[in-house]
Write a protein that binds this ligand. Structure first.
Ligand SMILES: C[S@@+](CC[C@H](N)C(=O)[O-])C[C@H]1O[C@@H](n2cnc3c(N)ncnc32)[C@H](O)[C@@H]1O
Length: 442
């Protein structure tokens, strides 16, 4: 049965209904509703699954209203006109830390900001003028002064949010602008997307060495960009970003629930590609018998050393290790969390095979990853689906990789080596995470 078309007024009624229900739920849960002012809460802290779902339904209706309010053609025109300047301005404000140039409870002049950011006054003014249209800063009472809004203040208050913007816009954003050319060169006329890592938008974008040298992949770039003390700044930033993701998506429980750590007892664990150790710290605190080696690229090391709590130092350590090289640490459990989705199948298989030299019969591999593609995806609000589809596009641009369904991960284990026996698969539809436990039968 076809539905009658939705009008602006129908949608406005839905917005009212959802806004009222959401406001009530927020208040019933003792939470504070955000405002547009600088002193607002920075997020829906303490949000339940019900509130999250309702909020995303509201976002969907608002997005549809936005289309109807403009009309189909102009909704495209306005989007196309604005989206690149919008992201460029957010990235500039973030990169040059305009956030810290303005006191959260006061205002700053364009001149002050130019001094703080070391940018020409005219550039500061023009960037801010566009930022203000996005609720990133607002005009203050004094002429040529700006003050924070809740959005810019959130970035001033949170190093994690700032790191997220930097990683997604400044590291991963530019290659996405050449996806058309990468697809034209390497994938047009083929049955499937090329999975050759030399044939993606990242390598095409970096082939002209815009940052001073050519980088083979995103990790090499993140690890090596910058001179002198600045070298590795993108990796340090990335570590902060991953830590922030853990906090906002409350991944502590995903990590703790992904395995029966208590039953594991006095186990040794390698956290492969464990970044600055945020997951290892969670596990070591909750399970005092675990002994964990965090392995990652060298520039994650200094962040680990800065962050590792003193009481965990005897049980949690950092080791620089390239996971494409043979594993040298013998452990009971190898955790691989949010690693393989960054790589095409061939590289994912290589990473799993890299473990084999250290595996003993009974060694466990615990794979934990985000499942952007769920069977029930089409039933979810579109704004939730976008979380998976947007990551999927980013994976395509950077790595020729993709968000995979659970079955595909099992297949990767099987292709890596028949001696990996999958013992458990836990896909959680609410958290979007899957945990796969494999035992080595070598
Ligand atoms: C998406 S992050 C996941 C971090 C962490 N496991 C988590 O779940 O939060 C991917 C990690 O892989 C690391 N990585 C990339 N290439 C690597 C390599 N060749 N050897 C070791 N680590 C690598 C990156 O530095 C980064 O910390």
């Amino acid at each position: 049965m076809s539905q009658s078309p939705q009008t602006l007024v129908d949608l406005a009624a839905k917005v009212t209904e959802l806004s009222q229900s959401l406001t009530k739920l927020i208040s019933d849960n003792g939470m504070k509703a955000p405002t547009l002012e600088a002193d607002s809460v920075t997020s829906y802290e303490g949000m339940t699954a019900e509130i999250f779902l309702m909020r995303q339904q509201l976002v969907d209706v608002l997005n549809d209203m936005n289309i109807l309010a403009q009309g189909p053609s102009e909704s495209i025109f306005n989007y196309v006109h604005n989206c690149m300047p919008d992201t460029a301005v957010l990235n500039i404000l973030n990169y040059f830390d305009f956030w810290a140039a303005v006191p959260v409870d006061g205002s700053a002049s364009y001149q002050d900001i130019a001094k703080h950011t070391n940018l020409p006054l005219d550039v500061v003014r023009r960037v801010l003028e566009h930022g203000i249209t996005l609720q990133l800063f607002a005009r203050a009472e004094q002429p040529s002064h700006v003050k924070h809004t809740s959005r810019s203040a959130a970035l001033a208050k949170s190093a994690g949010l700032k790191a997220l913007v930097s990683t997604i816009l400044d590291d991963a954003g530019p290659p996405m602008s050449v996806m058309t050319e990468a697809l034209r060169r390497y994938s047009v006329g083929k049955q499937e997307l090329t999975t050759d890592m030399r044939e993606n938008a990242f390598t095409l974008f970096h082939s002209g060495a815009p940052y001073g040298r050519k980088y083979a992949n995103s990790w090499e770039f993140i690890e090596n960009d910058g001179e002198g003390e600045r070298k590795g700044w993108r990796q340090r930033n990335f570590v902060t970003f991953m830590n922030y993701l853990k906090d906002i998506f409350r991944l502590e429980n995903v990590i703790k629930d992904s395995y029966d750590w208590k039953a594991a007892g006095k186990a040794t664990v390698v956290d492969l590609g464990g970044s600055g150790g945020h997951d290892a710290f969670v596990l070591a605190k909750a399970f005092p018998d675990l002994d964990i080696t965090v392995q990652d690229l060298p520039e994650a090391g200094p962040v680990f050393e800065k962050d590792v709590p003193a009481e965990l130092k005897s049980r949690v350590r950092f080791m620089a290790h390239d996971f494409f090289k043979p594993q040298t640490v013998q452990a009971d459990i190898y955790m691989i969390k949010l690693i393989l989705h960054d790589w095409p199948d061939a590289e994912s298989i290589k990473i799993l095979r890299g473990l084999i030299p250290a595996l003993r019969p009974g060694s466990k591999v615990l794979f934990v990853d985000y499942v952007g593609k769920q069977g029930n995806a089409a039933e979810l609000p579109r704004s939730i689906q976008q979380m998976g589809t947007a990551t999927d596009m980013r994976m395509m641009a950077l790595f020729n990789a993709e968000e995979r369904p659970v079955e595909a991960w099992k297949e990767i284990f099987r292709k890596a080596d028949e001696r990996f026996e999958i013992q458990r698969v836990d896909a959680n539809a609410l958290t979007f995470y899957v945990a796969i436990e494999a035992v080595w039968r070598g």
